[in-house]
Design a protein around this ligand. Structure first.
Ligand code: CTP
Ligand code: MG
Length: 236
């Protein structure tokens, strides 16, 4: 099957939880900027036709990067929140991406996503109204009070952690993100925007090592995971 899905890659965040002068997507993992790993992995996927990378206004690091791929890599300028950046990326997609076409959205900060999980998402969510990778919650879930003491134990059944990629039809996702923005709701992922419109995105279980690099300690973990995934040739 020909590669025909575009992937929007939000990369316009500042990485405040990591701290430091550079946004986290440009910090090194195994000697290369984090985002290069993510983009290379996405571009290598046979179902992905092109990448729409969403960078921050005035980003002067992006042009210095190397993304070795024959597939198109376009850029758009993002906004204040992740959902603004995703919307900007969706608008900037080439005209030959139809309103009904599915589009993937994948965080630049998730370099360890597995090719097999992407394929599984495309196959299963593509047979529905779209969906997302995630994993059922494993740990017992506590609700803390303001002193950080456990107030209650929340039910765990049917609770999932949401990952990316997430996959929805271009026009439906644009409409859902616009509706959330108009209502003043900052959605934390695409699925949340779709849920507000009455959709029930399919949760497709993926590997838990599809981590979102969030804090400084996650870099060592990402390096370890990438090394392991490469050595198992999971990219094949
Ligand atoms: N992102 C974006 N535009 C924003 C905010 C976030 O494109 N206005 C992107 C980030 O670059 C990242 C992904 O969305 O690839 C997930 O966001 P997150 O992990 O929260 O990254 P940051 O917002 O950069 O980190 P922090 O919340 O710690 O500042
Ligand atoms: Mg953030």
């Amino acid at each position: 099957m020909a590669a025909r899905l575009w992937c929007v890659v939000p990369a316009a965040g500042r990485g405040t939880r990591v701290g430091g002068p550079l946004p986290k997507q440009y910090l090194p993992v195994a000697g290369r900027p984090l985002i290069e790993h993510t983009l290379e992995r996405l571009a290598a996927h046979p179902s992905i036709a092109g990448l729409m990378v969403v960078v921050a206004e005035g980003d002067d690091i992006w042009p210095t990067l190397a993304v070795p791929t024959a597939k198109p890599v376009l850029i758009a300028v993002g906004g204040a929140e992740r959902c603004d950046s995703v919307l900007a990326g969706l608008h900037a997609l080439p005209d030959d991406v139809g309103d009904e076409d599915f589009v993937l959205v994948h965080d630049a900060a998730r370099p360890c996503v597995r090719a097999a999980d992407i394929a599984n998402l495309i196959e299963r969510a593509g047979a529905m109204d779209g969906g997302l990778l995630g994993a059922p919650l494993r740990d017992t879930l506590k609700r803390a009070d303001e002193r950080q003491c456990s107030q209650a134990t929340e039910p765990r059944d049917r609770r999932w952690r949401a990952f990316t990629p997430q996959m929805f039809r271009r026009e439906q996702l644009v409409a859902a993100l616009r509706a959330a923005a108009a209502a003043g709701v900052t959605v934390s992922d695409e699925a949340m925007a779709m849920e507000r419109m009455g959709f029930a995105p399919l949760l497709v279980e993926g590997a838990e090592d599809n981590i979102k690099v969030t804090t400084a300690t996650d870099f060592a973990l990402a390096e370890f995971l990438l090394d392991r995934i490469h050595s198992k040739d999971a990219l094949a």
